[in-house]
Structure formats: structure tokens, C-alpha cells
Design a protein around this ligand. Structure first.
Ligand code: SAH
Ligand code: SF4
Ligand code: F3S
Length: 470
């Protein structure tokens, strides 16, 4: 960082919607502009630059961006009137990619629009907006030939004890309801070497858990250390050798790419957590076909059976869409059945929302809104019941928890820290901040529908209880 940049510190605020890959991108956006003197702040107040890192997956996600932009306009005008300083407002992420033009029409005060593959160009963008002959606005939503991962800074700020690492981007699957192949572009996998370098840096910066990310993470096929092609199991075995890295997860997988070697990795690798997000979308073969998922419900059941054999304590999580065009009562019952059969302990469920430009948006046989609402409510009640039943099985058990933040417990925040179980439960205990960043044994004393709480039992740390209480 140059001397003058240090003196000229500016505040950056980033608001993030959408998937974990967007969360990763937001960290990287902060890393990219750090050399220009921008420091991440957790409030928009006083910000010199505000970036909305957006999601286009459902209609509501897009509308939220426009209402946020409305508020930011007031902030920008007020700040300029009061201090004479311009606040840069930018839109990044998947709405930027899909609706760059609409954004600048509806919100002409937006200074820049950068897609998910061009945010490494942010320094140049800022310079052209603020230089001697400033541009009024910069829009860059190309899919550049050179890859952003080759241009992101090697240095990055700590993500804390549990970190995200994008290893694969884009999607070639073209499910008929989904915008991702259009907003993120074609599948691309990073090299194993660059991933291992980044993983080692994250561990040096305090990460005990790494969640490797991709829109289609188990389709990963990057250049391996020997110059050949490496797949996800190859990468997982390599990551598992990193000293100090204790937990590995991967998100999000497609059933079609769940091959036997990947399943075997769950048997072999103790660091691979026994919790897997493997979206099914629907339990009806007719709907799965209309969605272009290219697998059946029974194919999915076979995968689960193999996973259970490899790792008997594995628990599953999923995504489900209700009310896809043509979904009958029976199709929906098939979905309820696969939720029971898969014993999902966590599941995101959504009403189908037509997205412009996707094949499903042109389909007939739309499901009525009230039917969607009713189906979603029934599905969510079943999921909550399964989730709570699963959580109750932890009562009285001692489990390892990775503490990653100072937290709250039922509204009480004094002296509480928060972490994650191997199954991704939020776990709250009374304990000192010193435990943040550590994996510590906890005896579960209370179970709730979506979290657990308990007491620290590990000898060395049990004394910390006194510190926290007293
Ligand atoms: N790559 C992941 C999903 C990414 S999108 C996969 O293949 O499963 C995250 C979730 O949003 C999807 O799993 C799906 O359940 C939901 N989703 C995507 N498009 C949607 C739409 N048009 N309407 C409702 N939900 C949608
Ligand atoms: Fe979207 Fe399907 Fe690709 Fe997942 S696999 S990102 S749902 S197109
Ligand atoms: Fe949303 Fe884009 Fe992720 S549409 S879910 S932010 S890939």
C-alpha cells in the first residue's frame, strides 16, 4: 500500500445477498480495493463506497436490491450536500449481470455495475470514476477471457475460524428454472495449486474449517498438481493433508456428479464433515424431467444409501422448489415422501418463481399462488419437525464445536459465544472470547428447533466458564 493511500483511508460498506459464493466474492471485493485505502465497515453510515453484491435467483431477491438502492440515493445526496464528498454506489453480483441496463435506467445515480466475473477490475473502475476526467458511470458485465481468479490479490483478510473458498464457478447444467448459467456463465474450475495456496493462507489466518464452494462444486475438474485433471475427491484428499485444517465441507453439489469416488472420500476422510447439502428440487420424476435435472428420485435414493454406507452418521440437507409448472397434488406428495426418505435435517424450500429468459418461464400449467402457499407451508412444517427431531437426539451428548464468534443465546448476549457443530447447528454456550477460533467439546443441555446450547466440558477450557460468569 502506498504511503498516501494509508493516510487517505476511506470506508467501504458491502451488503451481500444470495449464496455463499457471493459471501466469498464480497470478501474478495474488500481485498481488491484495500490497496486503494478502503477499509471495510459494518455500517453504510459514513461510507465512501457502497457495494451491493446482489442475487437474481428469485424475484424477491431483485426487488430487495431496488428498494435498497432507493435508500442509498438519499444517503448519497445527503452526504454530498453536507460534506461535498461523493459516495460511490456500485452494484455487483448476479442482478448486475442480468439487469445492468435496467439498473442504470431505474437508478441512474448508480456509479458502477460490475458482474461476478469482473469485480477484479474495481480499482480501474474507481480510478476512472474519480480521476481527472471522471467517467459518469462504468458498466462492465462481460465474461472476460482472462479469469478473475488470476487477478485477485494473493493477500486476503482473515475470514475467521470458518472460511469460504470458491474453487469452481458457473454452471453448464441449465435446469429450466435457474438463472445461474446466465449470470455466472460457463463452468470454470481453478487449479489445485491455486486452491491449496489459498487454503494454506486461510489456515495461517486462523481458519480451522474451509467450505469449498462452487455452483456445481462436485463437477470440479481443475488442473491437478501433476498437470493432469483433478476432480473434487482428488482435491478433498489434498486439502485433508493440510495441518491445522480440521474441518472440510463442500457446497453445492448436484446429484448427477455424486460419483463413487466422492462417496468413498466420505468414508476415508475424517475431516470431511458428516453433513451434506445435496439439493433434490422435487421428488417427482415428471417434474425432475421438466426441470432438466437429469436424475430420478430413485437415483437420488441410491446415492443416499451409498453415502450412508460410507459414512453412517451422515445427515442430509437440500433445496426444494414447490409449485413448478405442472406440479400436481401427487407430484407434491412425491416431494413430501422424498423429504421423509432422505431424513433431511435442514432444507431450504421456495415457491417457484419464473425468471426472465429461462425455459420454465415460458411453460404453461402454472400452479395457482394459493396452492403454492399451501404446499410450501405443509413442506416447511414437515422439514421443521424433522429438524427438531434430529436436534433432540443431541440432548445430553458431548459434541465438538468450532467457536467462530461472540454470540447470543435466546436474547441474552452477556458472556455467550457461538459456534457450529459438525452438523452445522448453531451452538451457544457461556464461555470466554478466548475460545473463539477453537474446537471445544460441549455437552448439549438444551435443544431448540434450529439451535443447541450447552456447557463446555473440555478440562482446560472449563475454567473459562468462571471467567465468563464472574
Ligand atoms: N447449484 C445449486 C443451486 C443454486 S440456486 C443446485 O444445483 O442445486 C439455489 C436454490 O434456489 C436452488 O437449489 C433452487 O431450489 C432455488 N431456485 C433456483 N431458481 C429458482 C426459481 N426460479 N424459483 C424458485 N426457486 C429457485
Ligand atoms: Fe442452477 Fe441447476 Fe446449475 Fe444448480 S445445477 S446452478 S439449479 S442450473
Ligand atoms: Fe444468487 Fe447468483 Fe448465487 S443468482 S444464488 S448470487 S449465483
Amino acid at each position: 500500500m502506498s504511503h498516501s493511500a494509508q493516510h487517505n483511508q476511506k470506508n467501504l460498506y458491502i451488503k451481500t445477498w444470495g449464496c455463499q459464493m457471493n459471501v466469498y466474492d464480497s470478501h474478495r471485493i474488500a481485498d481488491v480495493v484495500k490497496p486503494l485505502g478502503y477499509k471495510l465497515s459494518d455500517t453504510p453510515e459514513g461510507a465512501d463506497m457502497i457495494v451491493l453484491n446482489t442475487c437474481h435467483i428469485r424475484e424477491k431477491a431483485t426487488e430487495k436490491v431496488f428498494s435498497e438502492l432507493g435508500r442509498l440515493r438519499e444517503y448519497k445526496e445527503k452526504r454530498e450536500a453536507e460534506t461535498g464528498r461523493r459516495a460511490l454506489i456500485g452494484v455487483a453480483g448476479c442482478v448486475a449481470q442480468a439487469e445492468g441496463d435496467i439498473i442504470t435506467q431505474r437508478a441512474p445515480y448508480v456509479d458502477f455495475v460490475l458482474g461476478p466475473q469482473t469485480y477484479h477490475l474495481l480499482p480501474e473502475t474507481i480510478i476512472s470514476l474519480t480521476g481527472d476526467r471522471p467517467e459518469k458511470r462504468v458498466i462492465n458485465t462481460d465474461f472476460p477471457v482472462e479469469n478473475k481468479f488470476d487477478h485477485l490479490p494473493e493477500e486476503h483478510d482473515s475470514q475467521g475460524a470458518a472460511a469460504f473458498l470458491s474453487i469452481q464457478e458457473g454452471c453448464d447444467k441449465f435446469c429450466t428454472f435457474c438463472v445461474v448459467p446466465y449470470t455466472r456463465g460457463a463452468e470454470y474450475s481453478r487449479t489445485v495449486q491455486s486452491i491449496l495456496d489459498e487454503a494454506n493462507k486461510l489456515v495461517d489466518n486462523g481458519a480451522k474449517e474451509i467450505n469449498v464452494l462452487g455452483q456445481n462444486v462436485n463437477a470440479f475438474h481443475g488442473v491437478g498438481l501433476d498437470g493432469g485433471t483433478a476432480d473434487l475427491p482428488d482435491l478433498l484428499y489434498a486439502l485433508s493433508d493440510i495441518n491445522g485444517l480440521e474441518r472440510i465441507r463442500y457446497t453445492t453439489s448436484h446429484p448427477r456428479d455424486m460419483d463413487d469416488r466422492l462417496i468413498q472420500a466420505h468414508a476415508d476422510l475424517k475431516k470431511l464433515m458428516p453433513f451434506l447439502h445435496l439439493p433434490i428440487q422435487s421428488g417427482s420424476d415428471k417434474i425432475l424431467e421438466a426441470m432438466n435435472r437429469k436424475h430420478t428420485a430413485d437415483h437420488y435414493r441410491d446415492i443416499l444409501a451409498k453415502l450412508k454406507k460410507a459414512r453412517p452418521d451422515i445427515a442430509m440437507s437440500s433445496d426444494i422448489i414447490v409449485g413448478f409448472p405442472g406440479e400436481s397434488d401427487q407430484d407434491f406428495e412425491d416431494t413430501m415422501q422424498i423429504v421423509r426418505d432422505s431424513e433431511y435435517v435442514s432444507c431450504y424450500s421456495f415457491k417457484y418463481s419464473p425468471r426472465p429468459g429461462t425455459p420454465a418461464a415460458a411453460m404453461q400449467n402454472l400452479v395457482r399462488e394459493d396452492v403454492k402457499t399451501e404446499r410450501l407451508a405443509r413442506l416447511q412444517a414437515l422439514i421443521s419437525e424433522q429438524q427438531y427431531d434430529f436436534n433432540k437426539t443431541f440432548l445430553g451428548k458431548t459434541i465438538p464445536v468450532l467457536f467462530d464468534r461472540v454470540g447470543k443465546d435466546s436474547g441474552k448476549s452477556e458472556g455467550f459465544i457461538q459456534g457450529r457443530s459438525e452438523y452445522f447447528h448453531a451452538v451457544h454456550v457461556k464461555g470466554s472470547e478466548r475460545l473463539v477460533g477453537q474446537i471445544v467439546d460441549v455437552e448439549v443441555t438444551e435443544t431448540r428447533p434450529s439451535s443447541l446450547s450447552g456447557n463446555i466440558v473440555t478440562g482446560e477450557f472449563a475454567s473459562d466458564l468462571k471467567t465468563a460468569v464472574g
